[in-house]
Design a protein around this ligand. Structure first.
Ligand SMILES: Nc1nc2c(ncn2[C@@H]2O[C@H](COP(=O)(O)OP(=O)(O)OP(=O)(O)O)[C@@H](O)[C@H]2O)c(=O)[nH]1
Length: 497
């Protein structure tokens, strides 16, 4: 064997002999000086096993009592139990970690929900409107809509019917008041979508002023063996849960036919369909207004509602706010966190948020709202029936309203979401215009500065910054968001994205 060099210096002959002894073929006649790799207790293998083994797997060497004991018949060998999930499951989990875009993952079989055929990539509303559409299959819950089916309506109906099931619900106190967090499984994808329901009237012992917002699938009986405690644990309870108050909901009791206030007197529940944004909601990124929007939605829905009285002399009634935020796990407008991060780098190079998506081979918006529609129906919100309350939707995005209507949801009103920073600037400009109290302006500016920290997170306040301005302008100018464009900075040299 010829001498060779390792990067750290010449390799000694003794090293080569060791290497040969460890890896070379077994010579039947020669007596090995060094123990071979296939020895019963190869130290290298033991070290490798120790480094990688799970505490439950392999041998428990702490129980080792020597060879004699080992030979005794009563010695118990610990069974090897792998803690690793089967490869198929691990691959699914890995694809989840890598944030593989929706539709390419295997949908979860949940409870009594059969898996739907996986879709290739979730089509955006706009692009699919132009596709040739096969014969429609209309889901029963949509048939009460107009008979004339527009192509965009057919789109959501050709896909397998989305079924959702609320797996659990719990009370979450928020800075704006209490909410009920609902976790949903579905037969379309493997994500856990959520509904943040705001309806604090349900805590009261008195009859609620309006129909309570409750999940039908959660309140249903799941199986005949289910105990009261099972139901309470998954959130199928009424009133407020406490050590002294534990009342499971009873699906056999029909809901009251009338409530404290006539339906027509109360405004329809306020809802928002919100798409996940890790950067904006968790990191507090000021590249977008997602964190602030989530907070603002919960705040607005929680505001008490004033219901005017029938009699001119009587005082109006105030009832607690009612509505829900449907929180969809479609990060980065459906392109996933990985692509969104790449898109941000392209944005730093000067491209806007739409162009960056297109450069990465995505559509400007790849979100879908079928699951949102199914969750709203499960919560009894906004069915297409003329008698239903309908919903008021908090959004600037016309696609969302259209998508919800395609889902058979009756939208009675679109409520705009004005970015908090724009509201503040408006106040400041108005104060400047009227040459009013200079002190008030200074106070406002000081307040804005102080609010910057934690601004995008729940309970925070207005977000400011150049990145956010670009983002908001793109939404208005390129994505058709129905928002009055804030023009204060447009006279400056900053390009409008
Ligand atoms: N691809 C991409 N997604 C982004 C970017 N910034 C925020 N998002 C995602 O955009 C989604 C929020 O959508 P927006 O377009 O801000 O607003 P919208 O929900 O369409 O409309 P509104 O109801 O009016 O808020 C979330 O899923 C965010 O993760 C970005 O620069 N690129």
């Amino acid at each position: 064997m010829g001498a060779f060099h390792h990067s750290s210096g010449p390799v000694e002959t003794s090293d080569l002999a060791l290497l040969d002894a460890l890896t070379g073929p077994i010579r039947p006649t020669a007596k090995s000086v060094l123990p071979r790799r296939d020895a019963a207790l190869d130290p290298l293998l033991i070290a490798a096993a120790a480094a990688s083994r799970s505490p439950q797997g392999a041998w428990d060497w702490t129980k080792w009592q020597g060879q004699d004991a080992a030979n005794k018949s009563e010695r118990k060998r610990l069974a090897y139990v792998s803690r690793q999930a089967p490869r198929r499951q691990r691959l699914a989990a890995e694809s989840k970690e890598n944030d593989i875009p929706r539709g390419t993952e295997t949908p979860k079989t949940v409870g009594n929900l059969p898996p739907a055929t996986p879709k290739k990539r979730r089509p955006s509303l706009v692009s699919t409107q132009q596709k040739a559409i096969p014969e429609p299959t209309i889901h029963a819950s949509h048939t009460s809509q107009s008979d004339a089916i527009s192509p965009s309506k057919v789109l959501t109906q050709t896909a397998p019917t989305v079924e959702v099931k609320c797996m659990a619900r719990t009370r979450i106190p928020t800075p704006h008041g209490p909410a009920f967090l609902h976790l949903y499984h579905n037969n379309r994808d493997s994500k856990e979508h959520l509904a943040i329901v705001i309806d604090p009237a349900q805590f009261s012992e008195d009859p609620t002023p309006a129909p309570p917002i409750r999940s039908h699938s959660l309140d249903a009986v799941w199986n005949e063996n289910e105990t009261e405690m099972d139901r309470i644990t998954r959130g199928a309870y009424v009133g407020r849960l406490s050590p002294t108050s534990q009342r499971a909901s009873d699906p056999s009791t029909p809901p009251p036919s009338s409530y404290r206030l006539p339906k027509s007197a109360i405004p329809a529940p306020l809802i928002r369909i919100h798409s996940e944004c890790f950067t904006g909601e968790t990191v507090g990124s000021m590249r977008c207004d997602c964190g602030e929007q989530l907070d603002e939605a919960i705040r607005q829905i929680s505001l008490p509602i004033t219901v005017p009285s029938d009699h001119p002399t009587a005082k109006p009634t105030t009832i607690p706010g009612r509505g829900a935020v449907i929180y969809l796990r479609q990060e980065g407008r459906g392109i996933g966190l990985l692509s969104k991060i790449r898109a941000y780098n392209l944005q730093d190079l000067g491209h806007d948020t739409v162009t960056a998506n297109l450069m990465l081979g995505h559509k400007a918006d790849e979100r879908g709202y079928e699951i949102a529609g199914a969750i709203l129906r499960d919560l009894g919100l906004g069915s297409s029936e003329a008698t239903s309350e309908g919903v008021r939707v908090l959004t600037n995005n016309p696609d969302k309203v259209e998508a919800l209507e395609n889902e058979g949801i009756r939208v009675t009103e679109r409520v705009p979401m004005i970015p908090r920073s724009w509201q503040q600037r408006k106040q400041r400009t108005e104060a400047k215009k009227s040459e009013e109290d200079k002190e008030a302006i200074t106070a406002l500016q000081k307040e804005e500065k102080e609010r910057i920290s934690g601004a995008t997170l729940i309970g925070g306040n207005a977000v400011h910054g150049e990145d956010l301005d670009k983002y908001l302008r793109t939404k208005v100018l390129r994505m058709g968001h129905m928002l009055p464009l804030w023009l204060e900075d447009t006279v400056s040299d900053t390009p409008i994205y």
